[in-house]
Design a protein around this ligand. Structure first.
Ligand SMILES: [Zn+2]
Ligand SMILES: [Zn+2]
Length: 290
């Protein structure tokens, strides 16, 4: 059996088992080139209990299965880098072990087993940046992003308040007709959540344990440095002063004295040499004479 026939046979078997859960792209020569499948943990089809997922992409080189395929994990949800790296290592070992034999189904099973074992988000809450500790109440959005229920509630309450405030400033014809639509703080997908219910959750444990913010000596020094840098950048025109910009007038002078072909553009007053207040010890740039 030729290599291509062996690959075709493997793909047919995969399609028979996984049906719509797999997609195959073919190259110009009609050979399968790329196999994709989004994998979820086994939870007896209870999708509410699936907290992690990942899309497996397998590129099949011309001499597959006699060489290793190129494997990528895309769009991981609820998985941190450590978990992903562990998964990549396991995939590499599996591919090595199966050189000369069909490996795609083995990879799917391997990933599914791993996801089932770690079917708890190992990522961080994008609102408070803390992880999920034992006992924390968390929410999985439809887009597979995770937040402490408390944090998501606070985020939604704040964004809705902001939305209403902004709407009040608008003339009637510009006001939204659909009202506030909650969206995921990470990917902005529209989400439907019961804010009242989320609000009842306790704050995340790590947030509760966190020390109160204090302005330390180091922070004060950093503030002083940044203040100096700000003044320096402002003096060099690097900071846009909104107030000054609003008061600026643009003068356009039209002159009829210019003869055609003598258009040297509007004349500008000679600019002052750039000030050097030496905060960063830099020399002012020398202007080259034309
Ligand atoms: Zn949080
Ligand atoms: Zn999202």
């Amino acid at each position: 059996m030729s290599l291509n026939e062996r690959v075709q046979e493997e793909i047919e078997a995969l399609e028979a088992i996984l049906m719509d859960d797999i997609s195959v792209s073919y190259g110009d020569n009609g050979c399968p080139e790329l196999v994709k499948s989004t994998i979820f943990p086994s939870t007896a089809d209870d999708t509410d209990k699936q907290y992690v997922c990942v899309t497996l992409e397998v590129k099949l080189p011309g001499d597959y299965p006699d060489c290793e395929p190129l494997v990528q994990l895309r769009n991981p949800r609820g998985l941190d880098d450590t978990t992903l790296n562990h998964l990549y290592r396991a995939i590499k070992d599996k591919c090595n072990e199966f050189i000369g034999q069909p490996v795609i189904y083995e990879l799917i099973e391997l990933i599914r087993e791993n996801l089932t074992e770690s079917n708890l988000p190992t990522c961080h809450c994008a609102v408070c940046l803390y992880g999920f500790s034992e006992g924390d109440s968390f929410t999985k959005t439809q887009c597979f992003h995770y937040f402490h229920s408390y944090c998501l509630a606070m985020h939604l309450i704040t964004t809705e308040k902001h939305f209403i405030e902004e709407q009040e400033k608008l003339p009637t014809w510009q006001k939204s007709t659909t009202g506030f639509q909650a969206s995921c703080p990470v990917c902005r997908e529209p989400i439907n959540c019961d804010v009242q219910e989320l609000k009842n959750a306790l704050p995340p444990r790590e947030l509760e344990k966190a020390q109160n913010f204090q302005v330390t000596k180091e922070l004060q020094m950093l503030q002083a440095q940044m203040r100096q840098l700000f003044i320096y950048q402002k003096s060099r025109g690097g900071i846009i002063d909104v107030e000054a910009e609003e008061n600026k007038l643009l003068l356009i002078t039209e002159s009829s004295e210019n003869s055609p072909g003598d258009d040297s553009g509007p004349s500008l007053p000679p600019s002052d040499p750039p000030p050097n207040n030496g905060v960063l010890g830099r020399q002012p740039r020398t202007t080259s004479s034309r």
